[in-house]
Design a protein around this ligand. Structure first.
Ligand SMILES: [Fe+2]
Ligand SMILES: [Fe+2]
Length: 300
């Protein structure tokens, strides 16, 4: 799907604003802007370790996220440059989690490296195939990630773990900014092509899964640990419904477009099947032997 001139212009301006705000307000250094001197291993639990390790694992797929993202966006300045800045910002998340796991003694270096090898032994693939669908996915996934990290930030605060609180504050602030960018682009997409963008949004909402599913070792077991994830109800209330409100839509409209896109796909599949049947019949009429030969590719 190629971008219109107005999409290119809007995307460029949105990226410039995202970049400018990031440079002025959100740049941070995992080594010097985090109060490592406040590290207190006595405050840590195995629950914290599992949360940090799982989050670190999901953040480790930067090479796959960015290579796939660039392939979808390279023709569009604002989107491709966002991908570059986004990748840089996300890269610090895995870095700071890794540092915390090892410096705190929650994991030895050997344990961490073994985990990292298992994580990177699998490859993340695009869950949706177009830039607009991935934009919808980004808005939802960043919202979910923000909510998970914000809960961890509160938990660290209650436990008096100032270091972990600061880490989750810095990382969740980045995720909130990413969510904001994707939401803004989604608003542009709706202005450009309301029906198409709504169908994509509905398709992504109803097929949404977090990036770690099927990749992170023992992911299902990890979800049993408090704080690794959020419940579907919490995600709907605090992630999905606020997004729909911001976009000026609601559940009823989303459902309408979801049904419409499903019907359209069914019709397309039926049409394809009719065409295939028609072609086979044509083929059999014009050369009955040829059809038989084609069914046996090694016979010629
Ligand atoms: Fe992240
Ligand atoms: Fe993010």
């Amino acid at each position: 799907m190629s971008a219109t001139l107005s999409q290119r212009e809007k995307m460029y301006r949105a990226y410039c604003e995202f970049f400018d705000a990031g440079e002025k307000k959100r740049r941070w250094n995992p080594f010097s802007d985090v109060p490592w001197e406040k590290l207190n291993p006595a405050l840590n639990t195995e629950e914290d370790a599992i949360c940090l390790e799982t989050f670190c694992g999901v953040e480790l797929y930067i090479p796959d996220y960015t290579s796939n993202g660039f392939a979808l966006t390279r023709h569009l300045f604002g989107a491709a440059w966002f991908e570059a800045t986004w990748g840089y910002e996300e890269s610090k998340h895995a870095l700071v989690y890794r540092e915390y796991l090892i410096r705190s003694g929650l994991r030895t270096e050997e344990q961490y490296l073994d985990y990292e090898s298992k994580v990177l032994g699998k490859v993340w693939k695009l869950p949706f195939q177009t830039r607009r669908q991935m934009n919808c996915y980004g808005a939802l996934q960043e919202a979910a990630t923000y909510l998970i990290y914000a809960q961890q930030r509160e938990k660290a605060k209650v436990n008096g773990n100032e270091l972990l609180e600061k880490i989750y504050f810095l990382v969740s602030r980045d995720e909130a900014a990413h969510r904001g960018f994707y939401q803004r682009i989604l608003q542009f997409e709706l202005e450009e092509d309301h029906e198409g963008a709504m169908e994509d949004l509905a398709h992504v909402v109803f097929n949404f899964v977090m990036p770690g599913v099927g990749l992170i070792p023992e992911y299902e077991d990890r979800l049993e640990v408090m704080g690794v994830g959020i419940t579907p109800q919490y995600f709907l209330q605090h992630g999905v419904f606020p997004l729909l409100r911001l976009l000026g839509t609601d559940r009823a409209e989303l459902l309408k477009y979801y049904r419409r896109s499903k019907d359209r796909k069914k019709e397309a599949a039926a049409e394809q099947a009719r065409r295939m049947d028609g072609r086979s019949a044509e083929c059999r009429r014009s050369d009955p032997d040829r059809a038989g030969r084609q069914a046996m590719p090694h016979a010629s």
